[in-house]
Design a protein around this ligand. Structure first.
Ligand SMILES: [Zn+2]
Ligand SMILES: [Zn+2]
Length: 217
């Protein structure tokens, strides 16, 4: 699987273009804003975007959905419906975080634990990982050993849990019981900051290393 990460919005959110190398079909993850730059990368790569995939409903991840889709006209898929209240409250999120006003939307499809998504010939598994946001999902390409984890886990950090619907204990459970079993060799693209591996986070992450959480399942 090929990918290109674009840093968007004042929150430096990682919007990812994931490309099937065989078909050149692609998915856009979390278009938080800066839609012109996202479109420029799509054009430069010459790919066929088939869907917009969302990890959770925070404005830095979904603020560009409506504007981007005025150009793409593709299905908007995810997150889990427990984030519906966050997406309905995008106007309040915009004023709270100092974002320009954006249009709200209803995803074409909500995701559940155990769902899967195809991007070209590649398959992404969906896991519901609440804690940072109640409807947060992550996407896992088992063959490529690559996960899109949004704001669940960062290189050296974890998602904040002080926003509406956040829950610290749930977040730790999501990381230990949903992410770690996918494998130590998994590379992950977080919602902010540099990529890393589960192995490295289990060794050195000050919030969720094995020495703090225990080895889990
Ligand atoms: Zn978030
Ligand atoms: Zn974020």
């Amino acid at each position: 699987m090929n990918y290109e990460i674009l840093t968007v919005t004042p929150f430096a959110q990682n919007c990812t273009l994931l490309i099937c190398p065989e078909t050149k079909d692609a998915a856009i993850f979390d278009p938080g804003g800066d839609v012109e730059s996202i479109l420029a990368v799509i054009r430069k790569k010459g790919v066929n975007v088939t869907q917009i995939l969302l990890t959770h409903g925070h404005i830095d991840h979904v603020g560009g959905v409506v504007e981007l889709n005025e150009y793409l006209h593709v299905p908007v898929i995810g997150p889990h419906r427990d984030d519906a209240p966050l997406i309905e409250a995008l106007a309040q999120q915009a004023s709270m975080f100092g974002f320009p006003m954006v249009k709200t939307f209803t995803p074409d499809r909500w995701l559940e634990e155990g769902d899967s998504i195809n991007v070209g010939t590649r398959r992404l598994e969906v896991y519901h990982c609440p804690g940072h946001a109640p409807g947060h999902v992550i996407f896992f390409d088992r063959a490529a050993r690559l996960a899109q984890v949004g704001d669940v886990l960062f290189n050296g950090g974890i998602g904040r849990t002080d926003l509406p619907g956040g829950d610290h204990a749930s977040l730790l459970r999501s990381i230990r019981d949903k992410l770690w079993p996918l494998g130590d060799d998994v590379t992950f693209i977080p919602g902010h900051g540099a990529i890393s591996t589960f192995c490295e986070e289990r060794r050195s992450n000050p919030f969720v290393s094995d020495s703090i959480l225990g080895p889990g399942r």
